[in-house]
Design a protein around this ligand. Sequence first.
Ligand SMILES: [Zn+2]
Ligand SMILES: [Zn+2]
Length: 406
Amino acid sequence: MNLSQDLIERVRAWRRDFHANPELGNREFRTSAIVAAHLKSLGIEVKEKVAHTGVVGLLRGGKPGPTVALRADMDALPVKEQVDIPFASKVTTEWSGMPCGVMHACGHDAHTAILMGVAEELAARRETLAGNVKFLFQPAEEGAPEGEAGGAQLMIEEACLENPKVGAIFGLHVTSNHPTGFLGYRSGPLMASSDELRIFVRGEQTHGALPWRGTDPIVVGAQIVLGLQTIVSRRLELTKEPSVVTVGMFNGGNRVNIIPDEVAMEGTIRTFDEAQRNAIHDHVKHISEMIASAGGAKARVQIKRGYDVVVNDPALTAWSLPTLERVAGEGRVGIVDKVCGAEDFAFFQKVVPGFFFRVGCRPPGTPLKDAAPNHSPRFYVDEDCLPLGVRALTSLATDWLEAHRA
Ligand SMILES: [Zn+2]
Ligand SMILES: [Zn+2]
């Protein structure tokens, strides 16, 4: 399939408009209004305010058949843009009480524009479709603001995969790890689970010159940080899947000669396997509590489960490959490494078979070391990747409906 130059130009224009007007998670009011208006103009059934600011479109094909879902995320990040482009974001807001910029530093502007283009392509051939296509324009992939629910989980709770029931779901993500023109895939685990870790070590405050009169939570906390390093290196079967335990914050004390009462540590746990994930949680708790106890202190461990592992259904992945190869061309589809980043597309995949793939957006000729990664204030999307994204999702949807027709 080929796209008209007119559609390519409009996808690019939508992307630039979203890029210049980024909105944080659960606040995608302007973006979702543009999406909803576009879908309505195509005669697609539209449900708005799904999971706060999400939009679900339902395109009913001309013939009966199953339903396939396509997903795009719409939210931006609290990042101040440093890319020198005419449509760079100048938007500012507050994040955790501090002023900050807002930027589409993860490329969700591209995803939203691509799926709008896909909707137009599929609406144009609705009579020939044997089945339906659901368009999921999702808010808050990067996480909802503190104290709010949101994202894929909330969309699922609000029945976005029901009525009609979705049989498979596809989604994509742009990445500067790969050059424009390249599509990356991986069967099985692709992106990590992501859990927040908090450890509070309670000792007993004393004079810094008289440590024997109290219990030093800083020394105990330091031992715990080192103890946690043995989980991945000594306790897990390393050949199975990689995993990461990171302590990113270590706070305690306020004066050179005072040993404080308490130390607070915060970090992140990443895994590619549910059993290893649970084992790490147990080890973190046990090691922290036992080391604290050995030092005469007490450790309290809190682990907040975040996103699950993005697992590409092996059968659906194998089925998708010929389609990707057809649209990208020979030698332009390849297996990619696992990514320790997380994605809430994982939650859709727990309900229906799903396939999540990567779309290269690094300009040709730019070496990898010069391409800023997603979430960087210098993250740059080569817009020539947009038409390939539109063609890939459109073809996956039409091919899937064709292969599963009643
Ligand atoms: Zn991101
Ligand atoms: Zn993202």
